[in-house]
Design a protein around this ligand. Structure first.
Ligand code: HEM
Length: 472
C-alpha cells in the first residue's frame, strides 16, 4: 500500500511526509496525558522502593562477566535512571518453575502463525498468547513477563514496533509470523484495498533483520522465518569451542561475528542498520539472557536442554552433544519438559542495551547497507559506547525510523501518536534521555531530515536492502 493512498483515505487533514511528527510534534506526544500518567505512576512506585533493596536486586539481574566489566562504573547510574522500571519485591519472589499444567504444549496447526522469534513461538505453543499466533501488544507484554520475565519497557518497545510496522495499530494486533488476513483494519476486512500487514517477520523494518542467529536473510531465498539447522549447528560449535559447553555470551558473540561476515558476503542486499540491527544483536543476547535455566550471571546456565528445546532444535543423534559435527532437525519450540526455571528479575531495556553493546563492541559490525553497484552506504556515525547514551541513541533511531515505514500498516495518526506516547515514550523519558526530537512545527521537515540522518544515516534511504517499503 502506498502512503499516498492511505493518507488520502484516512488522513486528509494531515501532512503525510512524517505523519506522526506533523503537526502534533514530539513535545505534544510527550505531554500526552497517558504518557504523563504512566511516568508519574512509575516515578511514585520507584520512590516507594527502598534504595538498598533496589540495588541488591538489580545487581543480581545476572549481568554476565563481560557485561559487568563493560558496564562497570556506569551500571548503577544507568539503573538509577531507569525510574519506575525496577521490579517490586513481590515480582521477584524466588524462581518460578515451568512448564505449568494449565499451559500444556501443543504443536501448531496448519493455519497457526509462527515466525522468526523462538520466544514468541514458544509462548504460542503453550497458549500463553493465542495459539493461532495472532496476538495483541497487551497479550505479548503479559506473556513475555509471565514466562520469561521480560520487563514491560522492553516488551512494549518490541511489541509496539511489531504492531506499528507489521500489524494493525488500531486493534494493536500482529501476526508473530508472516502476513495474515486476520490482521488489519476491521480484522482484515479492508486488506484487499489497504494491503495486508506483513507480520513481525516483515523485513527491512524495525524488528526483523539480516545476520540472524538461526534464520537466513530475507534476500537470499525470501524465507527469513524458518529455523535453519545448519546455522544452529554453527551456534552449537561455538557453544563447544567458546562457551565452555554452554550457549553463553561468549558463544553467541562469536556466532554473531561469523554470521555478520557470512551474510554480508552472500547477500547483495545486506542491510544492517539501526534500529533493526540492534534488535538482531539484542536477540543474540536473548539466547542466554532469557533461555538460560535460572538467572543468567547468578547460576543460571544456557545449557543444551534449555536452548535446544526453546529453539526446537532436535539433534539427529542422542548423546552426541560434544560432537561438533552433530546435525539437527526442527520441531516446534517448547518449554523444556524436564523443568526449567525462569530468571529472577525482569530484563529491562537497560540490561538489553548492555547486552547489545557487548555483542556490538565484540564484533564491531559496520552499520549500513549495500547500495547500488556493490557500494556500501553508511548508517549513523558516532554511535555512543556507554549504555545510557546508547539507549537514548536507540530511542532516537527508533523514532527516526518509523515514519518511513508506516505506510505498510494501516495507520491513523492519532492512534499511532497515542500508542507511541503510552507505550514507548515513558521508557524514553524514564531512561533519563534528553529529548531532542526536532520541533515538528515550522521548519520541521528539514530539521527532521538532519535529525534522521544523524540517527539512521543515509543507509536507511539509500541502501537497496532497506527498501521494500520505499514509496516511489
Ligand atoms: C516482546 C515481543 C517480541 C517481539 C516483537 C520479538 C520479535 C522478534 C523478531 C522480529 C525476531 C527476528 C530478529 C532477527 O531478524 O534476527 C526475533 C528474534 C529472536 N527473538 Fe524475539 N521477539 C519478542 C520477544 C522475545 C522473547 C521474550 C524472547 C526470549 C524469551 C525472544 C527471543 C528471540 C531470539 C533468541 C531471537 C533470535 C532468533 C534467531 O535465532 O534468529 N524474543 N524476535
Amino acid at each position: 500500500m502506498r502512503p499516498s493512498t492511505v493518507c488520502v483515505a484516512f488522513l486528509a487533514s494531515f501532512a503525510c511526509s512524517f505523519p506522526w511528527l506533523k503537526p502534533e510534534g514530539i513535545e505534544t506526544l510527550l505531554n500526552h496525558p497517558e504518557a504523563q500518567a504512566e511516568i508519574t505512576k512509575r516515578l511514585t512506585e520507584h520512590e516507594a522502593i527502598h534504595a538498598n533493596q533496589r540495588e541488591t536486586r538489580q545487581l543480581n539481574t545476572g549481568l554476565v562477566g563481560g557485561l559487568v566489566t563493560l558496564l562497570d562504573g556506569t551500571l548503577s547510574a544507568v539503573l538509577d535512571n531507569v525510574l519506575g522500571l525496577i521490579p517490586t519485591n513481590e515480582a521477584v519472589k524466588g524462581l518460578k518453575r515451568f512448564p505449568e499444567e494449565k499451559h500444556p504444549y501443543q504443536a501448531p496447526g496448519p493455519t497457526d502463525q509462527r515466525g522468526p522469534c523462538p520466544g514468541l513461538n514458544t509462548l504460542a505453543n503453550h497458549g500463553y498468547i493465542p495459539r493461532n499466533g495472532i496476538a495483541t501488544i497487551g497479550q505479548i507484554n503479559a506473556a513475555t513477563a509471565a514466562v520469561f520475565n521480560m520487563g514491560a519497557d522492553l516488551s512494549s518497545l518490541l511489541a509496539t514496533g511489531g504492531a506499528i510496522d507489521g500489524g494493525d495499530i488500531i486493534s494493536q494486533k500482529m501476526s508473530i509470523g508472516g502476513a495474515d488476513d486476520r490482521v488489519g483494519v476491521l480484522n482484515g476486512a479492508l486488506n484487499k484495498v489497504l494491503g495486508t500487514p506483513s507480520g513481525i517477520a516483515g523485513h527491512g523494518k524495525f524488528n526483523e533483520g539480516d545476520a540472524s542467529a538461526t534464520r537466513e536473510d530475507f534476500y537470499l531465498n525470501g524465507d527469513n522465518i524458518s529455523f535453519k539447522p545448519e546455522l544452529f549447528k554453527q551456534l552449537h560449535q561455538q557453544a563447544i569451542s567458546k562457551g565452555n559447553g554452554t550457549y553463553n555470551v561468549d558463544a553467541i558473540k562469536e556466532h554473531f561475528k561469523n554470521r555478520y561476515a557470512a551474510s554480508k558476503a552472500a547477500n547483495k542486499q545486506f542491510y544492517f542498520n539501526l534500529p533493526s540491527s540492534a534488535v538482531v544483536m539484542g536477540a543474540y543476547y536473548f539466547i542466554p539472557g532469557f533461555f538460560s535455566n535460572g538467572t543468567i550471571g547468578a547460576g543460571g546456565i544456557a545449557n543444551e536442554a534449555s536452548i535446544t528445546s526453546f529453539y526446537g532444535a532436535k539433534p539427529t543423534k542422542e548423546g552426541q552433544w560434544s560432537d561438533p559435527e552433530l546435525t539437527y532437525t526442527h520441531v516446534p519450540e517448547r518449554i523444556p519438559e524436564q523443568g526449567w526455571y525462569r530468571r529472577a528479575t525482569p530484563m529491562t531495556i537497560a540490561e538489553a542495551v548492555g547486552g547489545i553493546l557487548d555483542v556490538y563492541l565484540y564484533a564491531l559490525p559496520p552499520m549500513g547497507g549495500s547500495g547500488a553497484d556493490q557500494s556500501w552506504v553508511v548508517g549513523p556515525a558516532n554511535i555512543p559506547n556507554n549504555p545510557q547514551a546508547f539507549s537514548c541513541f536507540l530511542y532516537n533511531a527508533i523514532y527516526a525510523n518509523f515514519p518511513s515505514e508506516l505506510f505498510n500498516s494501516v495507520v491513523l495518526v492519532e492512534t499511532v501518536v497515542n500508542a507511541l506516547s503510552g507505550l514507548i515514550a515513558p521508557g524514553y523519558k524514564a531512561l533519563g534521555c534528553t529529548v531532542n526530537f526536532p520541533d515538528a512545527t515550522g521548519t520541521g521537515v528539514s530539521q527532521y531530515d538532519a535529525w534522521s540522518k544523524m540517527y539512521v544515516g543515509d543507509a536507511k534511504y539509500k541502501a537497496t536492502g532497506s527498501g521494500w517499503y520505499k514509496t516511489t
